[in-house]
Design a protein around this ligand. Structure first.
Ligand SMILES: [Zn+2]
Length: 246
């Protein structure tokens, strides 16, 4: 399918005034990887498919559990036990048949990251696990592909954009001790807030607009809706040092 076949103008008529035709064409020509198809990934992948991103690489090795359904809005009760990546691909194609969806029903790791993320224009971290996030970070720093990070814990959330070579990397801001993944509190609308920030940033980057979170950590405290924008400082971390492109 050519890019022009994908440009369903009526579908995108309410956003073309913002992105213009040029930006809409750029979206249709681009590939985004959404790594993690839980609460964050559900919304991010849905918004990116809706916006007309040409190709979506979606990655998650898990199956749907009942405790996912307070926030993982791509899935339904009857999906319990089925693989998220396969279900998500079906839902995203149902929303927008013009999007090529490439599902990977496997967890990201050091052996498969290069194959799965080969050729993507932006990587979106929708994971709940810092060890896996740092694998994305190393790939981003090696290839120069921007990486959009988001994380949620209870009523707190954070997001930033790593532009390799220009901003601190994710390892620069990672917790010193990487805790166990999952089983933390997660409130649906807080996940939605952070997912929306990540999806918006991806659409901006892919359509040719400037990213808004590059070099800044957005921290949301949803208890009193306090939002902080913290300028990130580079530290001389191993991942930044390993950068091999200019
Ligand atoms: Zn770093």
């Amino acid at each position: 399918m050519s890019v022009y076949d994908k440009l369903d103008l009526e579908r995108y008529s309410r956003q073309i005034p913002v992105f213009h035709m040029n930006g809409q064409i750029r979206l249709a020509e681009s590939t985004a990887a959404v790594v993690g198809l839980g609460g964050l990934g559900s919304l991010i992948s849905y918004y990116l498919a809706a916006a007309g991103v040409g190709r979506l690489v979606i990655v998650d090795g898990e199956s749907v559990e009942l405790s996912n359904l307070n926030r993982q809005i791509l899935y339904e009760t009857e999906d319990i036990g089925l693989p998220k990546a396969v279900l998500a691909a079906k839902r995203l194609k149902g929303l927008n048949p013009n999007v090529d969806v490439v599902p990977h029903p496997e967890p990201i790791n050091r052996s498969n990251v290069s194959d799965i993320l080969n050729g993507v224009d932006v990587i979106i971290d929708a994971l709940d696990d810092w060890s896996a996030r740092l694998i994305l970070d190393e790939f981003a720093e090696k290839t120069g592909v921007p990486l959009i990070h988001g994380a949620v814990d209870g009523l707190f959330g954070q997001a930033t954009t790593v532009v390799p070579g220009k901003t601190p990397c994710l390892a620069c801001i990672a917790p010193k001790r990487l805790g166990n993944r999952g089983c933390r509190a997660a409130v649906g609308p807080v996940v939605g807030l952070i997912a929306s920030l990540e999806a918006l940033e991806a659409v901006k980057i892919l359509s040719g607009l400037e990213p808004s979170m590059a070099g800044y950590l957005v921290v949301v405290d949803a208890r009193d809706l306090h939002v902080d924008l913290i300028k990130l400082e580079k530290v001389d971390c191993d991942t930044c040092r390993s950068r091999i492109y200019s």
